[in-house]
Design a protein around this ligand. Structure first.
Ligand SMILES: [Fe+2]
Ligand SMILES: [Fe+2]
Length: 130
């Protein structure tokens, strides 16, 4: 497991550790392009990542409330967590209904949930200490 690259570290160890394992899981999902949405392995990896993300958002929000962030920054960040959780719920509903969704469509979403959100929102937490 590679250490979290410093350019995406927020400097809060509990959060960086969780980001690290989310990125590892994302990496695992990208590493086998033959692994398709209908397969058991793919569903298992997707549900593991989804569960990890939902737990992570809850614990990140707990930490964020101790950082004295400007209220609108906090609200926008939490809104983005909610947006992602809605997408996770919708995607798992669609997959449960056996709707055909291409691997690349799902992987683009998953990448946005982890890496997109991290770079757009979580990095704002850098250098803010509880
Ligand atoms: Fe976040
Ligand atoms: Fe995060």
């Amino acid at each position: 497991m590679l250490p979290l690259p410093s350019h995406i570290s927020v400097g809060i160890p509990s959060i960086d550790d969780q980001h690290q394992s989310l990125l590892d899981q994302l990496q695992r999902m990208f590493s086998d392009p033959e692994d398709h949405p209908g397969s058991a392995d793919f569903s298992e990896a997707l549900s593991r990542l989804s569960g990890q993300l939902i737990d992570h958002f809850a614990s990140e929000e707990q930490v964020m409330r101790t950082l004295g962030l400007p209220p609108d920054m906090l609200a926008r960040h939490i809104d983005d967590h909610s947006r992602i959780i809605e997408q996770i719920t919708q995607l798992s509903f669609d997959l449960m209904k056996q709707r055909l969704i291409e691997r690349k469509t799902i992987m683009a979403k998953v990448k946005d949930w982890v890496l997109g959100h991290l770079t757009e929102y979580d990095l704002q937490l850098r250098n803010r200490k509880p």
